[in-house]
Design a protein around this ligand. Structure first.
Ligand SMILES: [Zn+2]
Length: 305
């Protein structure tokens, strides 16, 4: 129950189903990898390169639906249904970043597109299946969510089922959009693996940006209203977010899949690092507290000093 009930859901903010399917033109940083892309390969003992292959298919040009699901009208629906929760979280992210990005980084915020899908979807990064989980495609500036992932996050990866666990995932993908706007997203591709790699720094920064969003989400009034999107976040809410960040940590996933931890194969950072960087953003609300690229010690983010 975190959203203020009276808020209106904008049915046009998201689209359902496939995009125009540009195919080819693969532009994928590690940051563009869906969280679950890596999970899936690690569980199967494959290598991340083979997951990238899933994106290289040719788009078929299929057009999907264009609006949010019909049952999504208000904040009360967002508290009840996970797909509505994604849409209202998106609206909250737009609101926070359109205010804070110009203020803190002197950069104009433009909305990313958001597509809800199930099964398969054609994207500017090629065709993707649900198996890759939530992801952001820099080429078409679109965040893609298969809402069945949220159930999996809980059942398979052991995150809490609380709303902030799901909202964190949405906010993390928007973090990649912010990186795209700031010109940082390609840093992942240049240095794709290892405990201090560009990929890990990119992912931890997206976690930190998710924390920045959470800082403002219960404070900034929603557009045209004097009520913030979220009710005041409680310790329990934050713990829900942290449980999700922890559930998708590389060490935890490796341990669950192979029984061993191999930092040289990390692409997203450890459970502890992911939680710490989320908190670095959340405790300060400051983009500058998310500078993972200049951090000497990724286990000691500036916002926690
Ligand atoms: Zn990511």
């Amino acid at each position: 129950m975190t959203f203020n009930e009276g808020l209106q859901i904008d049915p046009n903010r998201v689209s359902g189903g496939g995009g125009p399917g540009m195919g080819g033109g693969l532009v994928l940083g590690g940051g563009a990898l869906g969280i679950i892309a890596l999970i899936a390969t690690l569980l199967l003992g494959g290598d991340p390169g083979s997951v990238l292959g899933q994106f290289t298919g040719e788009g078929s040009g299929q057009q999907g639906g264009t609006t949010a699901p019909d049952h999504c009208k208000t904040g009360a629906d967002a508290n009840k249904y996970v797909d509505c929760r994604v849409v209202l979280t998106v609206q909250s992210l737009d609101s926070v970043w359109s205010t804070e990005l110009p203020k803190q980084a002197n950069r104009k915020y433009t909305d990313p597109k958001v597509t809800l899908f199930s099964g398969q979807v054609n994207t500017g990064c090629g065709r993707a299946s649900s198996a890759v989980g939530p992801f952001y495609c820099p080429a078409d500036q679109t965040a893609y969510f298969d809402t069945s992932f949220f159930q999996e996050l809980k059942d398979r990866f052991g995150a809490s089922g609380g709303p902030l666990a799901q909202e964190y995932v949405v906010a993390h993908e928007f973090g990649h959009h912010i990186q795209n706007l700031l010109g940082d997203i390609n840093r992942a591709q240049r240095d794709p693996q290892g405990p201090e790699s560009g990929a890990v720094r990119t992912e931890l920064q997206a976690d930190c940006y998710a924390g920045v969003w959470a800082y403002y989400a219960d404070k900034l009034p929603a557009p045209g209203s004097n009520t913030p999107f979220l009710k005041p976040l409680t310790t329990n809410d934050i713990n829900d977010g942290l449980s999700a960040a922890s559930a998708v940590g590389d060490d935890r996933i490796q341990k669950a899949s192979t029984g061993r931890v191999n930092p040289e194969a990390w692409t997203h950072g450890s459970s502890e690092e992911r939680q710490k960087w989320f908190l670095s953003g959340y405790k300060t609300g400051q983009v500058k507290m998310c500078d993972t690229f200049n951090a000497r010690d990724l286990g000691n983010p500036p916002g926690l000093k």
